[in-house]
Structure formats: C-alpha cells, structure tokens
Design a protein around this ligand. Structure first.
Ligand code: RUQ
Ligand code: CUA
Length: 650
C-alpha cells in the first residue's frame, strides 16, 4: 500500500517534470532538411498511406495521409455531424438508436481494418463506442458508417474493436464489470457478484453484417485491451485485465494492490464449436442493431431481445489466465503470433509471454491455482522474456514486420524500439508529450508496412501556436526505415486519437467510390427525373420530392404549406459526376443542413412556425451559379386554404 502510494506520487511528479522539462528541446533547427523532404508531398502528388485516427471524444474517425499528415476527411460514426447531415437526416437518425434511446455521441477509441489471412484487405474498418457500448462498421469504398451494433451487458466498451485474422469476429470486451443482468443492488456487493462480458460479434464475409454470436461471462475484473492471436495463435484472443482486486471504489489505489493482474487467453474456436453444438444459455437482453442500406440510402433499427451467454467453466480448456505484472494496459501480439506483450502501466519492464510455452503449460496442466474456477498458469512457465526498457509507464506496442517492436511510454514520454526474441533495447526517441497509442500501418497484422510509426500524444503544450486553454492533440511521425527512428513531422489531430489504423493507399484508392448510380437508387422518395418532382400532402405532413442539378432545385417555388405542418424535403442529387454534392438548408430549421452525394436521396425535416415566405438554398459551392441555387416556400396560417402548388420557372 505504502509502496504503491509512493510509486504513484513519484510517477505524478515524473509526469510534471517530463511535461515542463522537455519544452522546446526539439524546436527550430533540430530537424534536418532531409526530414522535410521525407514528409513533403508536392502539390498534386498523393500520399503513400491512409491513416485512420480515432477521434476519442469527438465520436468520429478522421482520415489522414502519410507521410504528409494532411487531413482528408472526418467520417461521422457515433456523433451527429452537421457537416454532412449524418445523424440529422431522416435516413441516418436510426444509426444512433440504442436501448437508451437516441444517443448522438460516443467516445470512439480503437479502429481496426478488416483482414484476410492476417493481412489488411481494406474492405471495412471497425471502431468501438466506449460509453454506450457499440461497435461500428465503416465501408472503405464509400467511407460511410454502414452499421452500428449495441453491445448489451457491457459498460465502457474498451477492449474493443479488434478483429480476428479472417475477420471472422470483431471482439468487444467490457472495461467496467456490472451486474449481469443489470439490476438494483448495493455497489459494495460488487466483489464476486459483478461480471465482465467479452462479446464475439461475427462478421458476414460477404456483406460485413455484424451479429452478436456469443458473450463470455468472466469474473468481475476490468478488461482493458485485447488483440487476436495470428498465425500459430489464430483461434485465440488475449485480453489484459486490471482491478483483479475487484475494488469498487478509489480504484486508483485499491485496484493497484496485486503485484500481478492477468492476461486472459480465450480459445474462441473452442467456444465457437461449443456454441455451434447448442452450448450456451440464452439470456434476455435489449440492444439495437442499426443497418444502413446503400440501395435505399436509408438506415433501419432492429431491437434484439436475447443474447447467448457462455459460462467459461462449461467449456474446459477455453480460458486461462496468464499472470502479468502491474495493471497491464496494452495487449499486443507480434506478427508471427508467438509473442503476447503485456504492458504493466506501473512497471518499467515489459512482459512478453510465449504462445508455445503457454500451450505447453496448458498441456502439462501446470497451474498456479485458479480464479473463479479459471486456471491460472505459472508466470515463469509462460514468460518468454522481459524487456528492461528503462522507461516509465508503458502503454502500447506495435511491430514493423522486421522483428522489431515499438512501445510507447506515457510517463517518460518516449517511443522505445526493441528486438523480439533478444529483448534488447535498440533505440529510444522522445515524444512531445506523453504518448498514448502508436501506429504502424498494418502493425496489428501478419504483414506490417514498417516505414513510419505515428505516435499519438496526450499533451500538446508548446507544439503549436496556442489556441486558448484547449489545444488539439498532437501526433508525430517517425521514419523507422533505418536502425534508428527519426522524428520527421508533427501534426495536430482532431478530438483525442487513441488507436489508429493505417493501410497503403494502393489498396484503398483504386476502389474508392466516386458516385452513387441514380438508376440504382431505391429510396422510396427518389425522383429519377426532374419532371417527377412533386409535392404531396398527407394530413399535416407535406412530402416534397425534390431534385437538384447544377444549378437549381426542382421545384423552387412551393405554396400551400401551413404553420404546424411537418415538411419533409426529400432531395435527390441528379449529378453523376465525381465530387459534385449539392447541399440543402432551410431558414429556421431545427436541424443541420444536408449534403447530398451524386445519385443519393436524403431527407430533411422542417416544421415551420411562422407565416411568411421563407427561402432555402444550396450549401455547397457547386458551380459558378451556386449562389442562384435557391428557392422559396410560402407558409400560410394553420387555417388557411391556400392551395398546394409547386413550380420551377413560372
Ligand atoms: S487507450 S492510451 Cu483507450 Cu487504447 Cu491506451
Ligand atoms: Cu448546388 Cu450549390
């Protein structure tokens, strides 16, 4: 207890020192001009990699180019996004439905790109919502969020969303243990009553559709991070735990008592077999599954009422605990699948477990007791080696595919490069400041592209011109093609990037979608030709079937709308050219504008409250006559008998 308090205080002090002491060490002049050449992507030239950085509390995913650090796009995922109308348009509102109702925000942490045979295939990217547990799937041809599934019996969905090497599953583990099923009970009865769920969500190989296949109900620890086995360890999944003390208050101290917590090793293939043979227990649950249909350009929500749970004790040989020092955070598996790295946040050394040794220990039944019936393996039996890093506060590790690993240290604010197998430290470079995750394109696969590492830092301070009390977080790019890492660039990010995923541009760029085909548009309110445009009243609902093409709306004059009506603008963009969206905004509307892509239909709701003649206009500068792209709606009193009519050019 004393030792820990002391340790925590020392670390706090160390952090302050780091944050203040390193300022400006790397300012003007420290970078050679060759570093500038390495990141310079000349005007008109394109980047070598896409990098997808999670937005953390922005709820979204941002897309950057490497090595330029240029931001290409923000993809809305869990947060309403007025820039495109995501979560505001009638078609996309259902994407944010949950069992708690409409939840227009989340905390998005760990993106992971789909894989085939352990290599990035660039079809989809998944990301977790931490706060109201959800997993999203984004299509990497359209760069649109297509699906969001809520995860029941979970809280603080943090050891997520990592995928197995053929994208069989996207895995979501709970950070907080909770009563399962949720019920009214005293908090201080946490110990041995709360449980932690690890959810295995299957991914349809063709469409990517997600389905919660089973949930493993584990002891009431905190499940912090996870990674799949690969190669020889394919079929296993590894989760770091902390708070094996099962403390329910003042975790800062009470969850740091045990010298070692665990990495939970889960043989999901074994559990899958058990489940496929009818194993598991169905439990009542309530969770939303939101799916966007590209044909109708519309999302729908289905509520599910049941979940299949698995008690690990019912599947002998499926779950083991690997003792791992000091509240491990990151849980990373090297490209060969042999090494499982647990980074004890309160330790200086990194612990590397060996998959082969783990299997041998399991076969030899060499256990060191059990926790809630789950066998604990002996630390010495599974240990491959320890990296005497000399750093403080290790968090995450990535791999370059050449036998090297790179670990971030939050407290000592550095990236340390070390060798797999010999555990020797090869290089270390400071970060500015207090790095969290790092990313090498493909660094979480069998085939990393070990040219750059991107460090995502938690503290920005003096790296950029000050912008008031809040600064955007900073990322740093290091060239790792040589023996020593070379810092070549700083760039500001958006939100708080936790993890990121990178992929060579040549995999994604050629299949990036340019338009939606109008002739394939199955939206119920589509207008395929401007002559089909119309306005239909149905009680107090008015449906405007509107088309857009440079540079007018059809219709652009509408009369006969009344105060108290619900007016739906269903807008179809008739363009079939790349990069020609039209926008739509109506004065006084209690929602965002819309951005409608070529060939797409989107709907905006307006509930006029005041009599008058009110304009609408296109929000995207689409042509030389964009400013002429406008129209009027005449709104009459609720009891008026002005006839409904619409026109263009009259
Ligand atoms: S976390 S800074 Cu949410 Cu991945 Cu470790
Ligand atoms: Cu259409 Cu501006």
């Amino acid at each position: 207890m004393k030792i820990y308090n002391h340790l925590l205080m020392t670390m706090g002090a160390a952090l302050m020192l780091v944050s203040c002491g390193q300022q400006n060490q790397n300012s003007t002049g420290a970078l050679s001009s060759s570093a500038a050449e390495k990141v310079y992507v000349a005007p008109g030239e394109q980047d070598e990699f896409y990098a997808f950085l999670s937005g953390g509390y922005s709820g979204n995913l941002t897309v950057y180019g490497l090595p330029s650090g240029r931001m290409f796009k923000e993809i809305p995922v869990f947060s309403q996004f007025p820039t495109s109308g995501y979560g505001y348009s009638e078609e996309t509102k259902p994407m944010l439905n949950t069992s708690h109702g409409f939840v227009p925000w989340d905390d998005a942490h760990h993106p992971d790109i789909s894989q085939t045979n352990g290599e990035l295939d660039g079809r989809w990217i998944f990301i977790n919502g931490n706060n109201t547990p959800r997993i999203a799937r984004i299509n990497l041809s359209t760069f649109e969020t297509e699906e969001i599934i809520e995860v029941p019996n979970s809280a603080g969905n943090h050891s997520s969303s990592f995928i197995t090497e053929n994208t069989e599953y996207v895995v979501a583990g709970t950070r907080f243990s909770v009563p399962i099923p949720q019920r009214d009970m005293p908090i201080n009865e946490y110990k041995s009553n709360f449980k932690g769920s690890l959810s295995f969500i299957s991914v349809d190989p063709e469409h990517g559709h997600m389905d919660l296949k089973f949930q493993l109900l584990m002891p009431g620890f905190n499940y912090d991070l996870s990674h799949p086995g690969r190669g020889k360890s394919h079929g296993w999944f590894f989760f770091t735990t902390y708070n094996t003390e099962e403390a329910h208050t003042l975790q800062e101290v009470n969850a740091s008592q045990n010298d070692k917590d665990f990495i939970a090793a889960v043989n999901w293939k074994k559990i899958e077999e058990y489940v496929n043979n009818g194993g598991g227990t169905k439990m009542p649950a309530n969770y939303a599954h939101n799916l966007y249909d590209e044909g109708t350009h519309t999302a729908t929500t289905t509520m599910y009422k049941e979940v299949l749970t698995v008690d690990p004790l019912k599947v002998p040989g499926a779950v083991y605990f690997l003792p791992t020092p000091k509240s491990p955070h990151g849980c990373d598996v090297d490209p060969t699948g042999q090494y499982i790295i647990g980074n004890g946040k309160l330790s200086a050394d990194l612990t590397v477990h060996s998959f082969d040794k783990m299997i041998a220990a399991i076969e030899g039944e060499k256990f060191d007791g059990e926790a809630y019936g789950i066998p604990i393996l002996k630390f010495e039996d599974v240990l491959a080696g320890q990296v005497k890093s000399g750093g403080l506060g290790p968090l995450h590790t990535e791999f370059d595919g050449n036998g090297n690993a790179y670990t971030t240290f939050f407290i000592s604010s550095e990236v340390v490069k070390w060798k797999l197998g010999t555990w020797e430290v090869i290089d270390r470079k400071p970060t500015y400041y207090s790095v969290g995750h790092l990313m090498i394109p493909g660094g979480n696969s069998r085939k990393p592209f070990g040219k750059y590492v991107v460090a995502m830092n938690k503290i920005t301070k003096d790296r950029y011109l000050p912008t008031g009390p809040e600064m955007e977080h900073s990322a740093q790019i290091y060239d790792i093609s040589g023996d020593k890492m070379e810092l070549i660039y700083d760039f500001p990010t958006h939100g708080e990037p936790h993890y990121a995923a990178g992929i060579p541009a040549e995999i994604l760029a050629p299949k990036s979608q340019k338009i939606y085909r109008l002739d394939e548009n199955e939206h119920p309110y589509v207008v395929k030709t401007p002559t089909d445009a119309k306005v239909v009243r149905d009680g107090n609902e008015v449906h405007i079937y509107m088309s857009t093409i440079r540079s007018h709306f059809t219709p652009d004059n509408i009369e006969g709308v009344k105060v108290g009506d619900k007016v739906y603008f269903h807008i179809t963009n008739h363009e079939q050219d790349f990069d020609v969206p039209h926008g739509f905004a109506m004065i006084g509307q209690n929602t965002s504008e819309l951005l409608v892509m070529p060939g797409q239909t989107k709907t905006s709701l307006w509930e006029p409250k005041q009599v008058g003649v009110w304009p609408f206009y296109c929000t995207d500068f689409c042509s030389a006559l964009h400013q002429e792209m406008q129209g009027y709606v005449r709104v009459s009193p609720a009891n008026s008998d002005v006839e409904l009519k619409w026109s263009l050019g009259e």
